[in-house]
Design a protein around this ligand. Structure first.
Ligand code: AMP
Length: 393
């Protein structure tokens, strides 16, 4: 008997009607769930949260701690394959799931990308360009790293860091003690400071058959270490875009990835591309692909996880831009949504988060246009229109 669910269709792709499990339940899981449900898949999400951004649009929300392995096993029993939107899933959680169903990307990919020293070590050993770095497990090792690398330097906690959290910039060798105290960790990575012209990223997908497809290069502006605005295609010479694409495709192959990976890079002022960070999942800088590409990064993730052919990553417009909406926008009250939507060509995404906190990613705006500058101007105009002046007094 052939079941309608993909589970029993041995080795073949998971077809519509199958159930995709997602570890993590934030906005990335939400946008994946929307893409999956559009294509006729069912979605179960697992995270400690109830009423989460992804849970709201999924068929079922499993709310339990990641460490609750019996709950994890129960979730795995209900789904045909599992992916994640949050890479700090504990290894035991990923292994518990993997004992029942395929996990894509594989737990081994998670293992590399969960820890900055492992990640940079993996890249450096395979010849991918990274900024010089050292490990530090004490104040003395941090001082030795600074002596070897010179200053300025950046020290980061080796595990669990994102969006500049757990990061200290060090201006001179005398700051080792203070930096070690502020990091409050038992293991850090110390990196030479990169003098960069801009930050760029490539979102690349790799299918179960080894096919690789990457989106055009994104250029990213950060504000207070958090992504602020992305434009595509990045305004860089074609050979830089080509090289970034080759690096990203190479990393996807080296990881034996099945899924989506974001490779964040610095374009240094001397023209070199240096990999800063990997995220083995869709990425904030790829959100504009929902409107601007033939296949969104979320549909691409679904296709890869299901063993389906990857879609075209080509842009369907000459250029696009994305601006993040952080909780700070709510400072003066509910943002002025009609004013933003009055800007021609602007699309609004909100993640259904009930509480707006400063720095919290609440949503984003996207625009497609004839040029990257026009697209950027549109999302910035729409975002400016959202802000209400806080009442005085
Ligand atoms: P990360 O948490 O590694 O993504 O770093 C957050 C931001 O800090 C990056 O987007 C850069 O703007 C900056 N940064 C991180 N590492 C370095 C570095 N080695 N040199 C210069 N800037 C850095």
């Amino acid at each position: 008997v052939v079941s309608r669910r993909g589970r029993h269709a041995a080795a073949g792709p998971l077809l519509p009607g199958a159930t995709i499990g997602v570890l993590g339940s934030g906005q990335l899981g939400r946008m994946l769930a929307l893409a999956a449900r559009r294509m006729g898949y069912r979605v179960h999400v697992f995270s400690p949260e109830r009423g989460s951004p992804a849970g709201e649009v999924a068929d079922h929300e499993h709310a339990a701690p990641y460490e609750h392995l019996a709950a994890v096993d129960h979730f795995a029993a209900k789904v045909d394959a599992v992916t994640f939107e949050f890479e700090n899933v504990p290894a035991a959680t990923a292994e518990t799931v993997a004992a029942r169903v395929p996990v894509r990307p594989a737990p081994a990919v998670l293992h590399v990308c969960q820890q900055r020293l492992r990640e940079k070590g993996f890249l450096a050993e395979r010849g991918f360009p990274v900024t010089p770095f050292r490990a530090a497990r004490s104040e003395e090792e941090l001082a030795a790293a600074l002596a070897a690398l010179g200053t300025p330097a950046v020290a980061k906690t080796a595990g669990w860091g994102y969006d500049g959290k757990g990061q200290v910039r060090i201006e001179g060798p005398g700051e080792a003690a203070e930096a070690w105290r502020r990091l409050a960790t038992d293991e850090a990575i110390v990196e030479a400071f990169v003098d960069f012209e801009r930050e760029v990223s490539v979102v690349v997908a790799r299918g179960a058959d080894g096919t690789v497809a990457d989106f055009p290069l994104f250029a990213n502006d950060h504000a207070r270490h958090v992504l602020d605005v992305t434009v595509a295609p990045a305004p860089v010479p074609p050979e830089v875009a080509r090289e970034a694409s080759e690096i990203a495709r190479g990393v996807a192959r080296a990881l034996d990835l099945v899924g989506v990976l974001c490779v964040e890079m610095f374009l240094a002022t001397d023209g070199r591309l240096l990999v800063n960070e990997l995220a083995p999942r869709p990425h904030n800088s790829g959100h504009l692909t929902i409107e601007a590409a033939a296949t969104s990064q979320f549909e691409q993730q679904l296709r890869a996880v299901c063993g389906l052919p990857l879609g075209s990553p080509a842009l369907v417009a000459p250029a696009a831009a994305m601006a993040n909406l952080l909780g700070d926008l709510w400072d003066g009250g509910e943002p002025d949504w009609p004013a933003a939507l009055a800007v021609p060509g602007v699309a609004l995404h909100l993640y259904g988060k009930r509480q707006a906190r400063p720095g919290r990613k609440m949503g984003h705006l996207t625009a497609v246009a004839a040029t990257a500058d026009d697209a950027r101007a549109a999302v910035l105009a729409a975002r400016a229109a959202l802000r209400r002046t806080p009442a005085v007094g």
